[in-house]
Design a protein around this ligand. Structure first.
Ligand SMILES: Cc1cc2nc3c(=O)[nH]c(=O)nc-3n(C[C@H](O)[C@H](O)[C@H](O)COP(=O)(O)OP(=O)(O)OC[C@H]3O[C@@H](n4cnc5c(N)ncnc54)[C@H](O)[C@@H]3O)c2cc1C
Length: 298
């Protein structure tokens, strides 16, 4: 959440949303001046939680979401057999805030660890070929340095981060002496002998954080390594939402008292001393607490 002024005008900015579908004329919404304290942008888990926390403090909040659905990277394909998860998969027993959010939203968490334990050995496709760990290790086109060749691509970053973390206490990542470790993941992987092709394979084809190894801090991943170990120490159960994880953000959205407007992709924010203006892709703007609809969709 980004605080824009002392007037409680805050924006929760997340990753880039998708464009409002062409031709869909959004319904202009008029909110009475001084009725809103905060506008939150993005109805992913962080935006929803931000809005709920602010409402719990008595604020009048509006939540703008660029997509036509809530949840962001918590995305269940409810219309597909088996309702596969496209994003967030499970939370550990130590996910206090996630578990609390589930309780508040009235969704049930179930243990799904068995689906990992019973899963067949992992395999992957690369350039039209199917690799098992054995065939990958022996493959002459495997770009990983010799000590890492037996690792599946997605195992490399967590393993190197865990092996080489300089943090004796991960909760102290913010101390000034840690700043020297705040380098890009790309630089970190280079230090450990990975080529550009190897970095593309182990991280950039499916980045868990950011968009590529260039825009993720190695220090952040070292913090995350400690955090995850703390999660595992709290208990080994793997929890997911009954019926599909997207039921959690949907349940959270139902708790909101204020407006949640989907299809409102924010394309700009102007903040001055007196007010802030939010510009949406559909041509509407929201200034401080008032919608000024300019009807630019032609
Ligand atoms: C494949 C995958 C697997 C994962 N597995 C796990 C897991 O097992 N366990 C776990 O804990 N975490 C997991 N995660 C991570 C977890 O899903 C995310 O950390 C979390 O959902 C992020 O929530 P967020 O609200 O911060 O961001 P997002 O979910 O990205 O939400 C941002 C929202 O803001 C909207 N938005 C962005 N820009 C604009 C704009 N300009 N105007 C309007 N709206 C905008 C977006 O449309 C989106 O809805 C996984 C992620 C992925 C991708």
């Amino acid at each position: 959440m980004m605080q824009l002024s002392r007037r409680s005008f805050a924006l929760g900015l997340g990753a880039a949303g998708i464009a409002v579908s062409a031709g869909a004329k959004p319904k202009p919404k008029v909110v009475a001046p001084a009725m809103l304290d905060t506008i939150v942008i993005g109805a992913g888990m962080s935006g929803l939680n931000t809005a709920l926390l602010l409402e719990a403090e008595g604020q009048k909040v509006a939540l703008l979401e660029g997509r036509s659905r809530v949840g962001g990277r918590v995305h269940t394909l409810f219309d597909q057999p088996g309702t596969p998860e496209m994003g967030f998969n499970t939370m550990g027993e130590g996910y206090g805030r996630g578990i609390d959010a589930a309780q508040r939203a009235g969704v049930e968490l179930i243990e799904v660890g068995a689906r990992f334990r019973k899963a067949p050995p992992q395999a992957f496709f690369l350039n039209g070929r199917n690799f098992t760990r054995e065939t990958w290790t022996a493959f002459e086109g495997n770009p990983l340095p010799a000590p890492l060749k037996a690792m599946m691509p997605w195992e490399v970053v967590p393993r190197l981060v865990a092996q080489h973390t300089p943090l004796a206490d991960w909760t102290q990542w913010h101390l000034p002496e840690s700043a020297v470790h705040d380098i890009s993941l790309h630089a970190f992987l280079k230090q450990h002998g990975l080529s550009d092709a190897a970095i593309r394979l182990v991280n950039d084809t499916a980045p868990a954080y950011g968009n590529s190894a260039w825009d993720v801090s190695a220090l952040m991943l070292q913090w995350n390594d400690g955090f995850v170990k703390g999660q595992i120490a709290a208990g080994t159960r793997q929890l997911a939402v009954k019926g599909g994880n997207a039921n959690l953000p949907i349940g959270m959205a139902k708790l909101l008292k204020g407006d949640l407007i989907t299809g409102k992709r924010v394309v700009g924010v102007d903040s001055g001393d007196a007010h802030a203006t939010v510009y949406c892709a559909d041509g509407s703007t929201m200034q401080r607490a008032v919608w000024f609809v300019r009807c630019r969709w032609a």
